[in-house]
Ligand binder design. Structure first.
Ligand SMILES: [Mg+2]
Length: 239
């Protein structure tokens, strides 16, 4: 089993817990955007957002195709979330980021300024320098995960950054379709499944769960970075 050449980390609900109100606040902004700029009622706005997300993987792509909206106009509005909803500081994540031996990249469907603002609020502004790059939605020409173009661009960016022709990548992400596409492309994957958090006791996770991470499609039974820190620490323990 080849050790991955780089870890690509999703940002939202991967580097912070899904129990925080952050993404719900973004969703509310999206609903408000649809309500204000596309003229739908509130309930219809929420339904449209959900339908676009399910159909295209990102709400943005749905609204682009159906309404021809401007991505930057959209992001300027939806990322304008009040500070009290931003992710909270997490010292464990700082330590985890600092001790990783593989090159780290953020691979996100958000825009870079969102990641920077959140990281700063999490007390991790300095840690931004630990990432080789933030592969955000602008770098992938607004083609977000799970669209295959997004992964192809990411692969190219990492290859150029690391001077490797065909790097073996590992994606850590909470959204199952994103994981499925990565798996299809031959990437290693770690799926952080928020839905299983309440069904599985974290105490039942053993070291055996670490090993299959390298074989793709495995699940960490939590959406929080606490568990990420616990279960993806050392690739040299993977066979
Ligand atoms: Mg996510």
């Amino acid at each position: 089993m080849k050790t991955p050449d780089a870890l690509l980390l999703d940002f939202d609900q991967t580097l912070y817990s899904s129990h925080l109100p952050t993404l719900k606040a973004v969703d509310d902004r999206i609903n408000l955007y649809i309500h204000q700029f596309l003229g739908l009622q509130w309930d219809a706005s929420d339904a449209l957002r959900t339908r676009a997300y399910k159909e295209f993987g990102t709400t943005l792509e749905g609204l682009r195709q159906w309404y021809g909206i401007s991505p930057d106009h959209f992001f300027d509005f939806i990322q304008d979330v009040p500070i009290e909803y931003l992710p909270l500081p997490h010292p464990g994540l700082r330590k985890w980021l600092a001790t990783q031996t593989l090159p780290l990249f953020v691979f996100t469907n958000a825009r870079r300024d969102w990641v920077e603002r959140c990281m700063e609020h999490m007390g991790l502004a300095q840690e931004l320098s630990l990432f080789f790059d933030i592969i955000d939605i602008t770098k992938t020409a607004f083609q977000g995960k799970p669209q295959v173009e997004s992964y192809q661009v990411a692969q190219k960016i990492v290859g150029q950054a690391l001077h490797l022709e065909n790097p073996q990548l590992c994606l850590i992400d909470d959204h199952e379709p994103n994981i499925q596409m990565a798996h299809k492309l031959g990437w290693y994957t770690v799926w952080i499944d928020k839905h299983k958090q309440d069904k599985e006791s974290l105490n039942q996770i053993s070291i055996d769960h670490l090993s299959p991470i390298s074989t793709s499609g495995q699940t960490l039974y939590s959406s929080s970075c606490e568990e990420l820190c616990r279960w993806v620490p050392h690739w040299n323990t993977v066979d």
